[in-house]
Design a binder for this molecule. Structure first.
Ligand code: CO
Length: 134
């Protein structure tokens, strides 16, 4: 059901410092920071030949990654995003299998302007999973 790895998201407390690590030390192609108030994060997109890395910094008082960074002060891998062709079919199949879909279970428009859902880490080997319809 899942297809390509769309991106790996890494939560950070200082997106300028994290961008410098990826740009200057790792030699990656790093975008300018893009504030996304509707998602409570500022995002930097890093294009790799086979996938993307996204750096996420909290934005605003109710950022969904604030709690994660309280527990992971150095930052850390926050989620992996897999592509699916039909997000509703994927959701229904996962729910039928007993997986928990976060929020109200309805797809939201994600950072790339496409419908996304998040799946509970406890049901997926301890890793928060994002599904993105492509
Ligand atoms: Co994501």
């Amino acid at each position: 059901m899942i297809g390509r790895l769309n991106h790996i998201a890494i939560a950070v407390t200082d997106i300028a410092a994290a961008s410098a690590v990826y740009r200057d030390m790792l030699g990656a192609n790093v975008s300018a920071p893009l504030p996304q108030p509707e998602h409570g994060v500022t995002v930097v997109f890093i294009e790799l030949p086979n996938t993307k890395v996204e750096l996420l910094e909290p934005l605003g008082a109710h950022s969904p990654i604030a709690k994660f960074l309280e527990k992971n002060a150095d930052g850390g891998m926050h989620h992996v995003c897999y592509e699916v062709n039909d997000i509703i079919a994927a959701r229904d199949r996962l729910k039928a299998a007993g997986a928990r879909v976060l929020g109200d279970g309805e797809p939201k428009i994600g950072a790339h302007g496409k419908p996304v859902l998040f799946l509970h880490p406890k049901d997926f080997c301890g890793a928060l999973v994002e599904l993105e319809q492509v």
